[in-house]
Each structure stands twice: as C-alpha cells, then as structure tokens.
Design a binder for this molecule. Structure first.
Ligand code: 0A1
Ligand code: ZN
Length: 849
C-alpha cells in the first residue's frame, strides 16, 4: 500500500525531465510471485532542462541490480523511486527488479486476472513494473521480450520474433510509459483484417479467455467501423501492422488505449444478444471507438503532464460521440449525453469535488479521471466547434495533427491551432478550461413593436478554491417559433460573453416562443421561467429534437417539484403532451422512449436544493412513483401498441433501429406492469430470447414486488457468466423499494458470488445501492454505513476503485442536518482508518471540505 502522506502537485511547478530517453529494452521473465523485469535504457541529457537530478520513479519494486554503462551502482532508494549519480553525457541504464503480479490486487502495473498476466500503466502504473521516468512527456521507442510458459505473449507495436515460450515486440512509435502494455495467457483470438486507405494491411485480433469466443464478433466489427470512420472523418490512418484488443475480467476502468494493444474490461468489449443488453452493445461500440481514436488523440499526440489530461480525453470523448451520432441517431445520442452530464458531471461541478477541466493541482492523479475531465472536456470541444464552425474545426485539427505529431502537448498548443486557423482570440474561451463550476444562464424576455428582446445573464457559483468567477463565452443556440408553431427565426448561435447581454430580433409579426439552448449548445444550467403552456407548445412544435425533448423533461420536472413541495397532482400539460408525442408514429421509437424518461431522483434533489428546499428522498420517490402511475393510466390505451414494438420479427440486431424499438417497448412494458401487476412482464420473461427483453421483464416484475421465481431461474441460467451475474446483483438492489434496499444489498454481500475484489462485481452491488436514491438515503443512515464498511474493506485491496466510489457522498450537503451528520460520521470513519490510501484520503478530505 502507498504512503498516505498528502503531497500536492501543481501545474505551475512543471519542469521538463533532465534526460531524454532514446530507447527502452525490457525483458520479462514471467512468474506469478516473482516476475523479473530487466531494463536497458539509453538516456542522454535533455538540452532543454536545467535540473539534472536523475530520479526514476519506482514503487513496490525489489531491486536486484542496477548499473550505469555496465558498472554496478547502489542508488538511493525511497518508497517513490531512486536517485543516482549519472554522467553528463549519453549513458545506458540497466536494472533488474522483481515484482509480484499475483499479489497485485490494486490492478495497477503488472497483475494477474484469472491466471492471465496483464498491465495497467495509466496514469502512474509503469513505476510498479520497473524504475523509469514515469511521466507522459518522456517518450521513447520500446522493444520488449517476454519469456513465459504461456501460449499467447503480447506487447505493444509489431511482433518481431517468437519461439516456444518467448516472444519479442518492437514498437517503432515513441510513447510515454503509461501506454506500455503486456498480456500473457491462454487466450483465443477472434481475427479480423483491415486495409488502411493508403493500402497498409493490418491484422486485427480480439483476444478472449476460452469460453468467451461467442462474445467477440461485435467488438471486432465495431473496431473495423472505427478505423474506417477515423479515416473518413479525421483523415487518420492506423500506423502499425497489428492491432490487438484483449478482454480482462479484473479492471478498474472501462478500457485502456495502450499503443497497438488495447486492454479492455471484459464488460466493455464482450457481447452477445443472449448476455448483453442493447445499452451494453451501444456502450461497447463507443468504448472500442474511443480507445481506437486515442491512437491519434492521446498516443501520437500525448499530454505534456497529467494536468493536460482533457487534451486527450475531452477530444477523444468528443470524437467517440461524433462516431456514435454517425452510426446511430444523432439526436438520441445528444439527449443521452445531456442526461449523463446532468446526472454525473453537474453534481461533481457543483459540489466539494468541483475542479476545472484542466485542474491546477492534485494529490492523486487517478482521482482526476472524472466526468469533468472527460465529459465536460468533450462539451468544451463541442462549443469550440460550434463557435468556429465545422470547416475551421477541420482545418484546425489538420494543423494540430501535422504540427504536434510525436509530441507531448498542452491546452495552450491546442488552442493555438484554433487561434491561428481562425484568427480568433480564444483567451476568454480558455476560461472553460480554468474555471470550475457549471454556469447558470438566466433568461429575461421583452416584446414590443415587432421586436423580441432576449436578455441572457450568466453566473457561476463559487467552487472550492475559486471564489470569483469571470464571464465565459457561452454559445447559446436559439430559434423562434411563431404562434402557429412555425419556425419564424431559424437557429442562430448567440455568443454570450458578458455577465449580461441583450439580443434583439426585429420584424416579427407576433410575440414568438423562444427555443433556447438548442442541441444543448453549452454545458450550462438554463434558468428560464417559461410557463407550462409554452413548454407544452415547444413539446408539440419545436423542430429542434433536443429542445423538444427538453420541453417534455422540463414539464416533468416542474410537475414533480410541485407534487413534492405543494402536494400537487400530476399536471395535464405534461400527461397530454406526452400522449401526443407517443402517438406520433413519425417520431423515432428511441426518441419516444426518451420522452418517457423522468429526471433522476438525485437530480430532483439537486433542483430542490437549488430552490433553497431541503430534499426529502422519500417524498421525491413517492412523487416519481405517483407520476409514473398517473402516466401509465393516462397512456394506457396506447400501451399494447407501444409494447408490440419490442417484438421485432427480424433476428436480433443491436443496431439503432431495433434497439430503439425495444427501448420503447420496454418503457411501455414498465408502465403496463404498473397496471396489470406484472402479468404481461411474466409472459414476456417466459419467452424472452435476448438479454434486453429478459432483463427488462425481470426488472418490471421486481418493481411490482414479484419475480422471485424468475430471479432464481435467472441465477440458475446464468451463474456461470460473470457479466450477467453482475446484472443479477445490480438489478436486485436497483429495483428494491426504499425500505428494503439496504437490507437487500447487505444480504447480497453475503452471497458466495459476491467476489468483492472484482471491481465490476463491487460496483454492480455498491453502485446500485448508491443509485437507488431513496434506499441509499434511508433515514437511519444504514445505507451510508453499509457503503462505508465496504469502502474501508476494499481500500487496502484496491485504492483506486475505493476512491472513485467515495464520490457517492459528494452531495451530502444537500440533505437535512440528520442525514448530514450521519454521512459526516461515515466520512470521518473512513478518513480515520489506519493506513488509508492516498487515493481515498484525498477524496474523503475534499468531500468533507
Ligand atoms: N485512458 C483510458 C481510461 C483509463 C484511465 C485511467 C486508468 O487507470 C487509472 C485506466 C484507464 C480511457 O480514456 O479510456
Ligand atoms: Zn480516453
């Protein structure tokens, strides 16, 4: 375990490393408890550096031998690395270290998962493999020899030679150590082939454990589509002879873009219709694309330091979102992204963990793989594209790839290519990178003499370490609708740059209804006191699919808030509007399914808190239940027809069209189950032939307080399948009523299949506990205590996953004094745990504030 001493690292302190690395040769002699890593590294003084301290990172390594230019030395060793005296000229560093992959439960560095060796080096895992300047601005070519008695031995780059029990790999592209990877095991390849636009033949392989062969075809097709898309849209070609993907069961994150050897959490790559839902397929396609796209945005051009993480992550998320929009439905993707941003990034940005897209300090970089860096980082790029236009965006990207190929870059480099290609001053835009918090844009309207005046104001609440906020450049896409629903002014992007600004639309025949923030053109909170009649009007007429959906969402939120605070009954504007949308068969089923969604209960809690009302999770839950019930009754005549959408005649395809139909059918089944007590859901479960149907019908049954037999049958059917068993755990906790959530979760922790050291299993159970808002926030604090117990238990085993899950407590200050006291007690208990990791220490102390 790591030293928990909190050292803060600052962006302003960046200095280049004193030495350049010309080449790295690594030899691995694999053994579960004593793998030997021999390194031979050519260093030379860096002419651009002033500090010549020769410090190499290294953690949990047993140094056997170190030599410089063949002469054995005794370096000074600490828990973080070693220091040695070196010549003021090029020299060769050699070291032999021993490591223990079998006991590496943190899943950083070289570790074992089901008998297979694999690595995870981002962000700072390479230092657990050997001594090295483990920082992204130190780039080198790597040659790797693996000696091991296993049939498949993989590393980065191209295979150069192999024999019985050994293999050699050469990666010709200079890379930082965080992109290093090694995999060794008994694996089966799903092969593929791709010819790049310039004619390079690339051998593709998706490697899985025996037994998982039936789940690799979809991932392979997604990879080929990604390779083609990046050529067509960004002109980016693949640059090696092979591209390998490996599925691993024990993995902290979704996947990793190691050069030529992507390593995936098996949940992010393995799929079959019988075991995966439509949502799983879509996610897998997006993650495969994301990791592949990193080959250019991340690998060929990498980050100078970890403060620049959004340079690769924001851009790559933006690119994978473009890909999904092209492969599937662009409006549906945009709505999903807005839902996710509001559910995950907004709470982060408006709470104690708030940090800029480019942070200025950190203690543990692993804690900064956040929704802010990734998703808000992508939104920032979307805004930049919106402001400069599509053509200028392409030109700037071409320049970026040309100019910075092979470099480790900064946000300044990124913005510079836009400034040069557009002539635009982006100094104010840069605040999106430096300023944390979600801007709130409020709207005031005026109408006189054919002129409609829109006054937009922006403000951002203080966030930790940032009291005063400056106005940002906010692209606000606006269209105007006339009284009959026609578009009287087409979408225009208003650039809000001041704290308050007025925009006029002249020559209008009648007072228009504005459609503001079309396409969710900026990641802001729009405060617009429009009437429900106006919302219903937009729901009926807006030609912007995002805002049409948003109008329904705002109606739903408004009615729910009134139900919670005024004991109002569900509003007719909402129910009638919904009914017309559901009846409209010209609308994409996936879009209609989205219309049936409600704001999450946690979002409602945030909305109440914003209004100065302390949220009561039970009251929120009751309102959501009541509205669901009222909706079911209101649209009941339509339900059989909508439900029949699920029954797609053609063979199962996880494409947008079929999955959209199933989404609508599933939403209809959920409402039907509220009226028939689950009869239809039981029928559907009995003849379900894909996981989407099986899981939907089972969840409807559980929600109706039924399904015990089906749950047991599901277990019997799928107990051999790890990924499906994750669903079995998650479903029971998510579907439990508020009073039984904690009890259900607690009982499941005793189940023999609760392999809590596996991050997927841990998250399936504990993540669902946190996601069940009313259940987690049970008044006696039992939910908080259960989570804290398990975080304390997991921390010494896997600090990274523990720390990420601590964020469950980030919203604690929204709730009443009693709940706050109960949560504080658990946070303190975690903080006071002897030997708590640096990861969790940082998270808990930031949350406590
Ligand atoms: N770079 C990967 C995600 C990743 C990040 C950190 C990790 O360990 C701390 C692992 C994976 C991606 O964006 O997909
Ligand atoms: Zn990424």
């Amino acid at each position: 375990m790591r030293d928990a001493a909190p050292t803060t690292i600052y962006l302003k302190d960046y200095t280049p490393f004193g030495y350049l690395v010309d080449s790295v040769h690594l030899t691995f002699d694999l053994a579960p408890n004593a793998t030997r890593v021999t390194s031979r590294i050519k260093f030379r003084p860096n002419p651009e550096a002033t500090d010549r301290t020769f410090f190499l990172h290294g953690e949990e390594l047993n140094l056997i031998r170190a030599a410089i230019d063949g002469e054995v030395i005794t370096p000074e060793i600490t828990a973080e690395g070693l220091t040695a005296t070196v010549p003021d000229a090029p020299f060769i560093w050699e070291a032999v270290v021993e490591i223990d992959p079998a006991n590496n439960t943190a899943l950083e560095g070289l570790y074992m998962s089901n008998g297979m060796y694999c690595t995870q080096c981002e962000a700072e895992g390479f230092r657990k493999i050997t001594y090295y300047p483990d920082r992204p601005d130190v780039m080198s070519t790597f040659t790797v020899r693996i000696n091991g008695d296993l049939p498949v031995l993989l590393s980065n780059g191209n295979p150069s030679d192999k024999g019985e029990g050994w293999a050699e790999w050469v990666d010709p592209w200079p890379k930082p150590a965080y992109l290093f990877a090694l995999v060794a095991g008994e694996l089966i390849a799903h092969p593929g082939q791709f010819t790049t636009k310039s004619g390079r033949d690339v051998e593709l392989n998706l490697w899985v454990r025996p037994g998982d062969e039936g789940k690799s075809a979809f991932g392979m097709e997604a990879l080929k589509k990604s390779m083609k898309w990046d050529e067509d849209v960004y002109g980016r070609e693949y640059d090696l002879d092979v591209f390998n993907i490996v599925a691993v069961d024990d993995f902290n994150m979704g996947a990793m873009e190691n050069k030529g050897l992507n390593i995936f959490n098996s949940s992010a790559v393995l799929a079959s219709p019988e075991t995966s839902t439509d949502a799983n397929f879509e996610r897998i396609e997006a993650i495969i694309a994301h990791e592949y796209f990193h080959n250019w945005t991340g690998n060929r051009i990498t980050c100078r330091d970890w403060f620049q993480l959004c340079l690769k992550e924001g851009l790559t998320v933006f690119r994978d979102a473009q890909f999904t929009s092209d492969m599937r439905s662009a409006p549906v993707k945009r709505i999903h992204d807005a839902i996710d941003l509001r559910a995950r990034q907004f709470p982060e940005d408006n709470g104690p963990l708030s940090h800029p897209v480019r942070p200025e300090s950190f203690q543990e970089i692993n804690n900064f793989y956040t929704s802010t860096i990734y998703e808000k980082g992508a939104e920032v790029i979307g805004m930049l594209k919106c402001l400069v236009g599509d053509e200028a965006y392409s030109e700037a990207l071409d320049l970026y790839f040309d100019r910075h190929d092979g470099q480790a870059c900064t946000i300044e480099d990124w913005l510079q290519v836009f400034e040069e290609t557009t002539g635009r001053d982006l100094s104010q835009f840069k605040r999106w990178y430096n300023q944390s918090g979600t801007p709130r844009v409020s709207v005031a309207e005026d109408w006189a003499d054919g002129t409609y005046t829109l006054t937009l104001s922006q403000r951002t609440e203080p966030t930790p370490g940032q009291e005063d906020k400056q106005p940002q450049v906010i692209p606000v896409a606006v269209g105007l609708l006339g009284p009959n629903g026609d578009e009287v002014r087409v979408t225009k992007v208003l650039e809000l740059t001041e704290a308050e600004q007025t925009f006029k639309f002249t020559g209008l025949a009648a007072k228009p209804v504005p459609s503001i923030l079309r396409g969710f053109s900026a990641p802001v909170i729009l405060e617009h006191d429009s009437t429900n009649a106006e919302r219903a009007f937009l729901l009926a007429h807006d030609i912007d699919p995002f805002n049409r959906w948003q109008a329904g969402r705002s109606l739903a939120e408004d009615t729910l808030l009134r139900m919670i605070t005024e004991e109002a009954t569900p509003e007719a504007d909402y129910l009638d509007g919904l009914l017309s949308v559901l009846r409209d068969e010209t609308l994409d089923p996936a879009y209609r399914a989205l219309m049936l969604g409600l704001p999450t209960q946690s979002e409602l809690a945030a909305a109440l808190h914003d209004k100065g009302i302390t949220p009561d999770p039970m009251a929120i839950w009751r309102a959501a239940e009541t509205l669901r019930q009222a909706t079911a009754q209101h649209v009941q005549d339509l339900l059989p027809r909508l439900h029949s959408e699920t029954l797609v005649d053609a063979p199962y395809q996880p494409d947008a069209e079929q999955s959209g139909k199933r989404a609508l059918g599933s939403a209809a089944l959920a409402l039907t189950s509220r009226l028939d007590g689950g009869i239809k859901a039981a029928e559907e479960y009995a003849h379900a032939n894909n996981m989407t149907q099986q899981l939907t019908s089972l969840s409807c049954l559980l929600r109706a307080g039924k399904g015990e037999a089906e749950l047991a049958a599901f277990y019997d059917q799928w107990q051999h399948d790890r990924l499906v068993m994750d669903k079995w755990f998650a479903l029971q906790v998510s579907m439990a009523g508020p009073e039984t959530t904690v009890e259900t979760a607690s009982k499941l922790t005793e189940h023999p299949d609760f392999n809590w050291k596996n991050p997927n299993r841990f998250r399936a159970l504990m993540g669902s506990l946190v996601g069940n808002h009313a259940g987690f926030h049970q008044t006696d604090g039992a939910g908080y205590a259960l989570l804290a117990d398990w975080l304390i238990r997991l921390d010494p085993v896997n600090p990274q996953t523990t720390a990420r899950m601590c964020s469950a407590f980030q919203t604690w200050k929204r709730y009443d004094a009693n709940r706050q006291a109960l949560i504080r007690k658990q946070l303190n208990r975690i903080a006071e745990t002897p030997g708590l990791s640096r990861d969790s220490t940082e998270m808990v102390s930031r949350i406590l504030g």
